[in-house]
Design a binder for this molecule. Structure first.
Ligand SMILES: [Zn+2]
Length: 164
């Protein structure tokens, strides 16, 4: 083996090491900067508590298949709550039939949700999460009906329903 080959191998190894270190540093920086929530659990605890479908949405920002949630057809008076931490999120009074296949609301209960900009999938969207546990709930759009003109497009699997 000649020195040139050795040198290239060394550089390749060093480059890989540098990349891994950079990714780890970025990961920890993101975690440090992450919003803090009153309710926190480890990833393993969330997995155990929520089960695969709710974990995918609440903790991995997944999206349930449209028309898959029984809460689409929930029209009784009551409150929709976070499946992660039981915080009340939406009143049935604000639910409307959006035709999207996801439970939709014109407004959350006061202070129930937080927002951040989401530019995944090449779209600028506003992500909606529970203000108590940070669990991802869905997105909000500006094409909703009166009185707010907002459409909170929620994943039913991320919520439970409590009849009034
Ligand atoms: Zn929550």
């Amino acid at each position: 083996m000649n020195n040139a080959v050795n040198r290239r191998r060394f550089l390749a190894a060093a480059g890989g090491g540098f990349l891994a270190t950079t990714l780890l540093a970025c990961g920890s920086r993101t975690a440090d900067a992450a919003e803090r929530f009153p309710v926190t659990r480890t990833d393993a605890q969330w997995r155990a508590q929520l089960g695969p479908a709710a974990y995918d949405v609440l903790r991995q920002e997944g999206t349930e298949r449209p028309y898959s949630s029984p809460l689409n057809g929930e029209h009784r008076a009551g409150t929709f709550a976070c499946k992660g931490c039981t915080q009340s999120l939406f009143s049935s009074k604000t639910k409307f039939e959006s035709g999207t296949g996801w439970p939709s609301f014109t407004a959350p209960l006061p202070g129930a949700v937080g927002y951040h900009r989401d530019s995944t999938l090449g779209m600028a969207r506003t992500e909606v999460h529970c203000s108590r546990c940070g669990g991802h709930l869905g997105h909000v759009f500006d094409d909703g009906p009166r009185p707010t003109g907002k459409r909170f497009c929620m994943n039913g699997v991320a919520m439970t329903f409590r009849p009034a």
